[in-house]
Design a protein around this ligand. Sequence first.
Ligand SMILES: [Zn+2]
Length: 120
Amino acid sequence: MILANIFGNKCPNCKQGKIFKEKNLVFNFRKPKMYAKCENCRFEYSREPGFFFGAMYVSYALTIIEALIVFILSKILLGENQLILKFAIIVGTIVLLSFFNLRLSRIIWIYIFSKLDNSR
Ligand SMILES: [Zn+2]
């Protein structure tokens, strides 16, 4: 399962090695620490300098999806009123999840380009 491997912080090549050194990827507010290569199969995560700048687009997409989910949930739970509260909940969620998005987007970015590798 590709999603299980992505959320499980697994190497896209061998599905054994880790990408991030941290165990907790969701509520971890420290600077992310990555392995340069897979410890198991030596797969290089960063293909070129600045490779992870592109992960920002993935992070942006994740943020929009999460904000939409929270918006819909808050609309169901709170109804039409309490706009300020809904806004605060959405902003709070985005801030809380930003570090998770940072890590998750890099993993997804690595996965996107690891597929290109296989077709070469
Ligand atoms: Zn590997």
